[in-house]
Design a protein around this ligand. Sequence first.
Ligand SMILES: *[C@@H]1O[C@H](CO)[C@@H](O)[C@H](O)[C@H]1NC(C)=O
Ligand SMILES: *[C@@H]1O[C@H](CO)[C@@H](O)[C@H](O)[C@H]1NC(C)=O
Length: 555
Amino acid sequence: MSTSTQDVEVGGLSEPILLTPPPLSSFEAPFRGVVPVLKSLLSLIFWLITELLLLPVNIILLPFSMCCGPRYKGVTPAELRRASVINNVSQIKPAVDSLKHAFRSGATRSHAWREQQILAILALVKENEDAILSAYSSDIGKPKCDWFLEKQAILGDANHMVVHLRELMQIEKRSIPLWMLPGSTYIVKEPLGTALVIGPYNYPMNLCLCPIIAAVAAGCNVVLKPSEQMPASEQLLAELLPKYMDPAAVLVVTGGVPETTALLEEKWDKIFFTGSERVASIIERKVAGSLTPLTLELGGKSPVVVDKSANFTVAARRILQGKFINAGATCIAPDYVLVEEGEAEQKLVAALKQVTLKMFGEDPQKSEFYCRVLNKMHMDRLEGYLADAKKKGAKVAAGGQTDAADRYFAPTILTDCDASMDCMQEEIFGPILPIVTVSSAEAAIDFVLSKPKPLGAYLFSSSWKVQRAFQSKVSSGGMCINDATVHVLGTDIPFGGVGPAGMGSYHGREGFNCFSHCKSVYSHDTMTDGLTWFRYLPFTGFTETVMGLVMGKSW
Ligand SMILES: *[C@@H]1O[C@H](CO)[C@@H](O)[C@H](O)[C@H]1NC(C)=O
Ligand SMILES: *[C@@H]1O[C@H](CO)[C@@H](O)[C@H](O)[C@H]1NC(C)=O
């Protein structure tokens, strides 16, 4: 077997490509080349025929599907509600035990129950917008527009899940080796059990409710610990969730470190954490040895690469929308920009300044679209980045103003930044956008590759060669080409990190799978036992030959 590699030019970037795959014996893989092609052709034809046949039916059903969707049935009685909010460490264990008991009873398994819980979340969001807005506004001064975008993410996820729930719950047939016939192999999706969901401060509704949607869709029930850094939002979740959802579905625990510590001492079937790398590693250490499956949704410095072929106006709008929403406190927000030096940089900076002005006006502090910073600690941290960057030679192209009393930090764009500055070392998680110049798109990709894997990576370029190179070389949780952050709104693509940006993913079917175990089942027939006489002891030379011919092959 010999393989050789050769550098192939991709957009001026050399990329080693495996030229000759290792040869396969034609007997071990009969028709290896032809079968996949035939299969794809057949499935395409099959798809076309079914679509055509179903077209008239779909047209007739369309008005019905719009008005006769499933409905949410009422709220939970008051006497059941009281048990579902815990704010006392001593009550945690019995409450968690009762939730585990509810799971074992099978109450969470039926399609109807799961659908009801998701519909309840939809109703919760739609019926309590004013309460949510006022909680957000008192916690962090979050403007209405930020909630509006967050709401769309929740509704999109919930609606997608309701529509596809039956399909996701179905068993999944897999192909079977010939000698295992007559029989079938398939996958049964079973709920993991009782899950602990720990939410972050930046988007309490989205990042607490979407994991719950995924968990109940999979048939799990949940103990939710919202972030105590947003007290009004935490209280609101504690008040609303038990009002809308089944007490067997969700239990809210409020409080701080002692409560979280007590929760982590329980045995969980799944822990789903969204937040910082620092807290994630504390949780990992705390549950080490308990073999608890973890999904960690973290962050990181998500880079934006803009090359000279980009449309700078469009790039500026898409970068800044993602950067300055929620005053930069978004895990997938563009963290810094790498742009080719010279004309490209000038054009981009001009466009960024113009777009900032258009979005937030002359004085963003007065804008109704601009959020505040969480607390003094974060204000100090951001002011520290700004002072350090200025000292090391960065120039303020826009913003730079702060008002500590109002927790206001202006949308700030810094040029002439370099890798030595603090704002290029740590995740910014605030409204500062440093711009670093590079000599070429290739150098930008090398820069990104020299850093830890980010949660998001964004490229603005109209050269498909650069696009292909970026896509194949840069490893990140998610990626946008000619956009930024919006991939999170795709309802049928997974959302999650890689490396230090997290592990595991959710949304849509990945959310369902995140809280499910894929159980392999082989169901066999007994009447035809004679056909597989060769698998039983005692073996002779002949049975070994037969086994060699039929088992251990790719059929
Ligand atoms: C917590 O619950 C225990 C027992 O029910 C009670 O004695 C204690 O006073 C409670 N603590 C608080 C802070 O409510
Ligand atoms: C950039 O895109 C906008 C909107 O699609 C378009 O109007 C404009 O002409 C484009 N600019 C360039 C330089 O292609």
